[in-house]
Design a protein around this ligand. Structure first.
Ligand code: NAD
Length: 330
């Protein structure tokens, strides 16, 4: 099997090399993202392997099919960037890594909360410059705060358990209740109530037509003043311009995001020596109470081990004609 791997960094190549011994596949690694213009790079390959910001739309899929691709192997959980209808029409199978390390993402959500709250990023710089003042570093106790969780699947469940350990009250909204969490004392309620009652709101649902811009002008208006919003899921869950308005009028007290609506042309790359043209991102970066990380929540050794092995096993199952346990269908 020959696999064209898009959006790769050296660490992706290292992990594939480490685990490929028992599979013996041949890889073509591309730093560029997969899209309609780069799809031709997969000529002569059997499989394309893609990540979160590859644009696998109808046009791209048609080109892939012409080039003989029969499998799209996502090395991530979310699949909002793949046109599943178009893939089905072309009889191209789509597989993903549904669960690799929910702890990685849930723990990063906690890192965003603690950093925004206790301002360790600012303290680090201050102390290094000989500034031992505590001015404006005041935080708040997490104990007894109400945490609203939207989406209580694998990552949301792990996040709820972590926050329980901090003595928080957890309220949640999901289209399906998670029995483990109900037993743990998590209280499910309608989405509007979660928005109204949360001191900290953390998003863990997938991006789809129902959840796009779930955090918008109206939902922000219904939240508590000074609410902390955390998004480690997908950027477009938050309507960025409405979040900027919420920060300007101080309704939002803290914003911590690992994902951003327009991240695909920026994240994972070094843009430190170029002029960034995304004015919304720059406006976000100008707020002292906003913390942005570059889609790194998944990035732990444990997660990379699992992402790589499950991706290779998905491809092996396809090669053997076995059941595709991680297939994604519309
Ligand atoms: P999951 O499928 O286990 O859980 C998703 C949960 O969302 C499910 O319980 C589902 O019922 C719920 N849901 C679906 N539609 C909903 C809606 N309209 N409103 C409320 N809840 C809804 O997925 P997971 O493994 O927990 O991952 C969650 C998301 O995290 C992924 O979709 C992905 O976008 C994101 N993610 C981000 C990173 C990162 O590095 N930042 C890494 C992995 C996953």
């Amino acid at each position: 099997m020959k696999i064209a791997v898009f959006s790769t960094k050296t660490y992706d190549q290292e992990y594939f090399a480490r685990y490929n011994e028992e599979f013996g596949y041949s890889f073509s690694f591309y730093e560029t993202a997969l899209n309609k213009d780069t799809a031709k790079l997969a000529t002569d390959c059997d499989v394309v392997c893609v990540f979160v910001n590859d644009i696998v739309n109808k046009e791209t899929i048609n080109i892939l099919k012409t080039n003989g691709i029969n499998l799209i192997a996502l090395r991530c959980a979310g699949y909002n960037n793949v046109d599943l209808d178009a893939a089905a029409k072309e009889n191209i199978k789509v597989v993903r890594v549904p669960a690799y390390s929910p702890e990685a993402v849930a723990e990063h959500a906690l890192a965003l909360i603690l950093t925004l709250n206790r301002k360790t990023h600012k303290a680090y710089n201050r102390v290094r410059e000989g500034n031992f003042s505590l001015k404006n570093l005041i935080g708040f106790n997490l104990n007894n705060k109400t945490i609203g969780v939207i989406g209580t699947g694998k990552i949301g469940e792990t996040f709820c358990k972590i926050m329980k350990g901090f003595g928080c009250k957890i309220i949640a909204y999901d289209i399906a209740e998670n029995e483990n969490l109900v037993k743990l004392g998590v209280e499910y309620m309608p989405l509007e109530k979660v928005f109204e009652q949360s001191d900290i709101l953390s998003l863990h649902c997938p991006l789809n037509k129902h959840t796009k811009h779930i955090v918008n002008k109206a939902s922000i208006a219904s939240m508590k003043g000074g609410v902390m919003i955390i998004n480690t899921s997908r950027g477009a869950l938050i309507k960025t311009e409405d979040a900027i308005e919420g920060l300007k009028n101080k309704k939002i007290g803290y914003l911590g995001v690992d994902v951003y609506e327009q991240e695909e042309n920026l994240f994972f790359e070094d843009h430190s020596e170029v002029i960034i043209e995304d004015d919304m991102l720059l406006r976000l970066l100008s707020f002292p109470n906003v913390l942005i990380t570059s889609h790194q929540a998944y990035f732990t050794k444990e997660a990379m081990d699992q992402i790589t092995t499950i991706t290779l096993e998905n491809i092996k199952a396809f090669e053997n004609g076995s059941e595709l346990v991680n297939e994604v269908r519309q």
